[in-house]
Ligand binder design. Structure first.
Ligand code: FE2
Length: 370
């Protein structure tokens, strides 16, 4: 049985100039990025590449409509995609490395036959998605009202490039939501039936880095994050390796309808359902991997194992507010729609649940979080 795949070569640079020089960024490259990220760090290099600013096509998480509009605007042929940005940018970059990307919705019907056409370099500028090392591209499918992942090996990058200074301009809220996403990747992958000793190595280490970092931020305030960014970027990368192999599960599955319907940022919508899912797992099974995980997190948090979720929530409250579903505008009837959408569209994720969750249990979780 395969133990671990890390497909891209992973690079780390202190300076963006060194990355641009070593990777010989040039006219045959399609750079997908955001202007506010790209200009301060790469603008003075006057790269001859075709540069696309994704925000021109809409804000928030990537949609099939955004990909279609961008596709129409590409004017020059390219041999390599270089995506420099958050999860949205990286996931769109992955799609543009494929052959026959139009119409986008068709990619989902044809997942087993997708083909890669261009080289792909992914440079994350948040510390959350771990997308630089996974084979997953998530798009919001506007017509279906949910998010769906393309998950095929031809979506692995050739190179993942970590440049911690690119995270320096992240607003605190974005830092918080993205790093909570990384924490959830580590937790979900550590409970997945597909976990193994090697994925746990990456998942547990990511949890340690993130919780230690959060404790420092809770003690010294939001600015304490700046000196921790290299470590948070590493943790997000480790969490990406862990969940890229062992998978994410119910937290992501239940968060997708909320994220898609109310455009809640990914990390925040995950956090909205995170503790609710964990408590329900505990109602169904308290021993084995969840017990080991809770013991590990309790030691990091300096609390008793039985108090671990309360302590975790207290710590996370320094970073982000956890809101009930009703605060986003979700109605009680919609909980049923969300549940059916999860069952219809998220089986890829539900297969990795720590314990199976049936329809009644998913409804119960949403109701408790309402
Ligand atoms: Fe995620």
């Amino acid at each position: 049985m395969k133990e671990l795949t890390v497909r891209p070569d992973i690079y780390r640079f202190e300076q963006c100039e060194d990355f641009a020089a070593q990777f010989a960024l040039g006219k045959d490259d399609l750079i997908i990025t955001n202007e506010y990220i790209f200009e301060p760090y790469f603008g003075s290099l006057h790269l001859p590449s075709q540069i696309i600013h994704l925000e021109k096509y809409g804000t928030g998480e990537p949609t099939d409509d955004m990909v279609e509009a961008l596709y129409r605007d590409i004017t020059r042929p390219y041999t390599r995609v270089v995506a420099i940005g958050g999860g949205t940018v990286l996931d769109v970059g992955k799609v543009f490395s494929l052959k026959n990307i139009h119409p986008v919705l068709k990619l989902y019907d044809n997942m087993d036959n997708l083909e890669r056409e261009k080289k792909l370099v992914l440079v994350p500028t948040t510390c959350g998605t771990g997308s630089e090392v996974t084979n997953i591209a998530i798009l919001s499918l506007v017509s279906l009202g949910t998010k769906k992942g393309l998950a095929v090996d031809c979506l692995y990058a050739d190179q993942a490039v970590l440049i911690p200074r690119l995270l320096e301009k992240l607003p605190f809220k974005v830092f918080a939501a993205s790093s909570i996403d990384a924490l959830i990747h580590s937790v979900e992958s550590s409970l997945s039936p597909k976990r193994n000793g090697t994925t746990l190595l990456f998942g547990y280490r990511a949890i340690e880095i993130i919780l230690n970092g959060y404790r420092e931020i809770a003690k010294n305030g939001p600015d304490a994050r700046f000196s921790l960014l290299p470590e948070f970027l590493r943790a997000s990368n480790y969490a990406g390796i862990a969940f890229g192999n062992a998978g994410c599960a119910a937290v992501h599955a239940l968060s997708y309808p909320l994220g898609a319907a109310y455009r809640v940022p990914h990390g925040e919508s995950n956090y909205a359902v995170f503790i609710g899912v964990m408590k329900n797992y505990m109602e169904l099974k308290r021993d084995g991997p969840i017990d080991r995980l809770n013991t590990y997190m309790a030691a990091l948090l300096g609390c008793k194992k039985t108090a671990v979720y309360g302590e975790l929530e207290k710590l996370l409250s320094h970073l982000i507010e956890r809101k009930p579903l009703s605060a986003y505008g979700v109605t009680r009837d919609e909980i049923v729609t969300f549940t059916d959408s999860v069952l219809a569209n998220q089986q890829r994720l539900l297969a990795n649940n720590f314990v199976p969750l049936d329809r009644d249990r998913i409804l119960k979780i949403y109701r408790e979080l309402y």
